[in-house]
Design a protein around this ligand. Structure first.
Ligand code: GDP
Length: 357
């Protein structure tokens, strides 16, 4: 739905999500679906054309930026000859990869089961309708579905108990946790704001050898050098997405845990995006939700400056110049990145004198 511009942005966002789990995106195709087909969502002509692309290019995965019923997913996999996932499936993959704490992993598993349970019900209802609705006295299918649902319910109940246990223990630990010897800077922001590009630019040059340690431990933590500061750790986080399916919200928050304890947040914003202000509010809302203190220092990286021209660019530069918590930059061209490092270092030094050498 929506305008062409909305659907472009949405397609771009989904491609960004796929990239985040290491998928090479070869095609981005927009379909206008007026009457969704129960069997395959898109029309059979569209399925055929898509199957040809899959075959010719040896595509291994098709991501549908929609909510697919289990039947649609199965049919599409058969007719396309590749694996098919929908938006929730994609986001669950990302969370699964990014969850590092015990709590995060449990939350993601819980969300996965919830997703499966919902699909079980829907697929059963669908089969019922296909067979004529009622009149089947029980039937083997129903027993199986019931058994599956009970298994999932039991597993979910166990996970919830484990979660309670984990968060109690964590509460105890947090009180006497030692602070890391180096400041931790967390990159936050909307998907496609440019976090990965900035992360790579900030970590790309120096410290390769020492980086390896962090790369093995955790690919999203890197050591960086900052002017006047011995060492700092930069942490890349999962991007915020629009229209997050509700059953994923808890899992999403749990994967963001480390942000809560960061010494400084760099909020990367795509200031060339038409919804930039709304995205900023969304991100701030989530940060408050997961318990990031308002006192945690933040710097806004106003990214994609290179896309702005004329007055828009001038106004933005003037505003950024006026504020010491804002740096306008282009992660792509590198313009302003040094200024960001200066601002981060200055802020850390002001907040934590002991980090300075
Ligand atoms: P993330 O989802 O926040 O990690 O965003 P990415 O770093 O993957 O960037 C999303 C898209 O925006 C990619 O196509 C980048 O090449 C592009 N991008 C990132 N920074 C800039 C920038 O400063 N200028 C322009 N023009 N594009 C950028």
């Amino acid at each position: 739905g929506g305008s062409a511009r909305d659907s472009d942005a949405r397609l771009e966002e989904t491609a960004g999500l796929a990239l985040a789990i290491g998928v090479e995106v070869r095609h981005r195709i927009a379909y206008r679906v007026r009457a969704p087909k129960p069997a395959t969502l898109i029309g059979s002509g569209q399925v055929e054309a898509l199957a040809a692309i899959v075959r010719d290019d040896g595509i291994g995965l098709a991501v549908f930026d929609a909510s697919l019923t289990p039947v649609q997913q199965r049919n599409l996999e058969t007719r396309l000859g590749c694996k098919v996932i929908d938006r929730t499936g994609l986001i669950l993959e990302i969370f699964g990869e990014r969850a590092r704490t015990a709590e995060g992993r449990l939350q993601v598993e819980l969300a996965h089961l919830d997703y499966q349970a919902g699909r079980l019900v829907r697929s059963w209802t669908h089969l019922e309708r296909q067979r004529g609705g009622f009149g089947f006295l029980g039937g083997p299918g129903e027993t199986q579905i019931e058994a599956d649902r009970r298994l999932i319910r039991d597993r979910m109940a166990r996970l919830r108990r484990e979660l309670e246990q984990v968060s109690r223990t964590r509460g105890l630990h947090r009180d006497r946790r030692q602070r890391a010897p180096w400041p931790v800077i967390a990159l936050v922001g909307y998907t496609n704001a440019g976090k990965s590009t900035l992360f790579n630019r900030l970590t790309g040059s120096d410290v390769m050898a020492e980086n390896l340690l962090f790369a093995t431990l955790d690919p999203t933590l890197r050591q960086i050098g900052l002017p006047g500061i011995d060492k700092a750790i930069l942490s890349d986080t999962v991007g915020f997405v629009s229209e997050l399916p509700t059953q994923l919200v808890a899992a999403f928050k749990a994967t963001l845990e480390e942000v809560v304890s960061a010494d400084l947040l760099v909020h990367v914003r795509d200031v060339a995006h038409p919804d930039s202000a709304a995205q900023r509010a969304d991100v701030e809302g989530v940060l408050a939700d997961i318990g990031v203190a308002e006192s945690t220092p933040r710097i806004e990286a106003w990214n994609k400056l290179d896309l702005l021209i004329g007055d828009a660019r001038e106004d933005l530069l003037v505003e950024a110049e006026r504020r010491d918590d804002v740096v306008a930059l282009s992660a792509l061209s590198g313009e302003g990145v040094d200024a960001l490092m200066q601002a981060v270092a200055a802020r850390l030094t002001a907040e934590h004198r002991r980090y300075a050498i």
